[in-house]
Design a protein around this ligand. Structure first.
Ligand code: EPU
Length: 340
């Protein structure tokens, strides 16, 4: 039985660097360990919080329950032919370390998703994505533990119901499963995605003439480092809000007043607009209030400069969303999970 610790600071377990205590805290390294913890009668009635890398949570206060940290490791090749390889990866593996491992093995598919904080097990929950690629593009299947029955359940891509920063695990499956391992299909004959303009520009600046997983990964890392704060230096949780998808009718109305608004078509009737642009236009970019603020290079990112509190960040987010609604009539919603 893994040791259950009491009254543990979660500051180093959330990338926002927010000081909050867990009543109980435990690490599990296998599904057997996890089941043993979940069956322990002493903790049956405690509320639970599963943590991966803590990169998508906002801790509003101390957590009066049991925090369980997934450290199920392992990267294993389960299928290989001349074109592809399927890797089975433990949910507790650190995402970026896994990406670097695939690049070293000269497999392609994940290079655009370099340097995203968090763990492999958390990645499918919100279908992480960046620079034109989403995890669903290379996803095969996963296994998750049903927290009620303690059975291991298999999920294929369809069952995961992936959408933009969405999945089954954020809706019907919310709070009901822990992702144990994920299978990814990666390519030995790469079809690189450099559709995102900044990647091409950065590759040119870097003097790269021949594309490789490594060169694209290096370009993505350079772009992320130039725009996004490093959580080791300034607490943050990446994009705090999702980019809103709005009706074409509303978009045309807003565009008439703000002709420079950037947009990406989703379908005939829907348009996605960057929340970072909306927040910048509402004059929040770079604003600091005590120990919290809005990042000066990317307005979509809220930051904790040191002793910021989760509730302060939540209040700021509410104010930002309200001012965007007032200015543009567009609702922006957090991507980050609020934990209380
Ligand atoms: N923009 C501004 N001001 C800002 C920020 C952005 O005007 O302060 C404008 C940019 O000029 C650009 C547009 O907004 O026209 C889009 O900006 P960017 O390419 O930086 O991407 P994003 O839409 O802000 C999304 C993801 C990021 C991902 C990037 C690149 C979401 C919520 N965020 O950001 O993901 O890295 O695209 O693909 O979809 C994350 O989820 O944590 C994350 C960082």
């Amino acid at each position: 039985m893994p040791e259950i610790q009491e009254n543990i600071s979660l500051k180093s377990y959330n990338t926002f660097g927010i000081e909050a205590k867990a009543k109980y805290f435990v690490v599990f390294k296998s599904v057997e360990e996890l089941k043993r913890i979940l069956r322990n009668p002493e903790y049956l009635n405690e509320k639970r919080l599963f943590l991966g890398g803590g990169s998508n949570v906002l801790l509003l206060n101390d957590f009066e329950g049991l925090v369980l940290k997934n450290e199920i490791k392992g990267i294993e090749s389960v299928f290989e032919n001349e074109e592809n390889a399927i890797l089975k990866v433990g949910g507790g593996e650190v995402w970026h370390e896994f990406v670097l491992d695939t690049i070293e093995k000269q497999l392609s598919g994940l290079e655009n998703l370099s340097l995203i904080p968090g763990t492999v097990g958390a990645a499918p929950m919100q279908n992480i994505g960046a620079y034109g690629v989403e995890i669903k593009d290379v996803f095969v299947s996963l296994e998750a533990l049903n927290l009620e029955t303690l059975e291991v359940v298999f999920f294929d891509r369809e069952k995961c119901a992936f959408g933009y920063r969405e999945s089954f695990f954020k809706h019907e499956g919310k709070g009901k499963y822990v992702i144990l391992n994920v299978n990814f299909e990666l390519s030995k004959k790469p079809a690189f995605n450099v559709s995102y303009g900044a990647i091409k520009d950065t590759l040119t600046e870097m003097g790269v003439t021949e594309l490789s997983s490594k060169s694209i990964s290096d370009a993505v890392i350079a772009i992320r480092k130039s725009k996004l704060p490093d959580p080791a230096e300034i607490g943050n949780s990446g994009s705090f809000f999702k980019n809103p998808e709005i009706s074409k009718t509303l978009f045309e109305k807003v565009k008439a007043e703000f002709p420079n608004i950037p947009s990406y078509p989703i379908d005939e009737n829907t348009v996605k607009v960057p929340a970072g642009w909306l927040i910048e236009q509402a004059a929040w970019k770079g604003k600091r209030f005590g120990d919290i603020g809005v990042h000066d290079k990317q307005a979509l990112v809220l930051v904790n400069y040191g002793e910021g509190k989760g509730q302060e960040i939540a209040d700021l987010a509410k104010e930002i969303a309200f001012s965007v609604l007032q200015k543009f009539g567009i609702e922006i919603k957090p991507e980050v999970n609020f934990i209380s």
